[in-house]
Unconditional design. Structure first.
Length: 155
């Protein structure tokens, strides 16, 4: 059996595997053995739920950051939400040993750096969109944040 015939047989076996919903097909002919397995379907996991589930239930009060929501049912305080403009890793300070840019209760002015989102090895400083007081910080350092996820609330 030449390579073209092998390829044709393999394609036919893959089609049969798909149409019949089989998990595996094995074929032996002369000196050739073909075994084709279908991959199980990937589980559907909501991406936005991953950071919430991976975050600790209670944050240390000394860190000055609030615990993340346990679900979308929790009401957020009134104020201006500051959302992540991209998917990445949240950092509250410029370096691991440096103090955070802002703490809950701290007054900020428009343009002040609130936090950093790291994406593809690039540090993106996120600025305050308005003057006010930081009411809530919804992420912990090192948390993955999604596009358009509320990270800080300014009142």
């Amino acid at each position: 059996m030449d390579i073209k015939e092998l390829k044709d047989v393999a394609v036919e076996l893959m089609d049969a595997l798909k149409t019949r919903g089989l998990g595996e097909i094995e074929l032996e002919m002369d000196d050739v053995k073909i075994k084709i397995k279908s991959a199980p379907p990937a589980p559907v996991v909501p991406v936005a739920a991953a950071p919430v589930a991976a975050a600790p239930a209670a944050a240390p009060a000394a860190a000055g950051e609030a615990a993340p929501a346990a679900g979308a049912a929790e009401e957020l305080p009134a104020g201006t939400p500051v959302k992540s403009p991209l998917v990445g890793t949240f950092y509250s300070s410029p370096a691991p040993d440096a103090p955070p840019f802002v703490l809950v209760g701290q007054k900020v002015k428009e343009g002040d750096t609130l936090f950093i989102i790291e994406a593809m090895k690039t540090m993106n400083e996120i600025k305050a969109p308005c003057d006010g007081t930081v009411v809530r910080i919804l992420a912990q350092p090192g948390d993955m944040v999604e596009y358009n996820q509320t990270v800080v609330i300014i009142e």
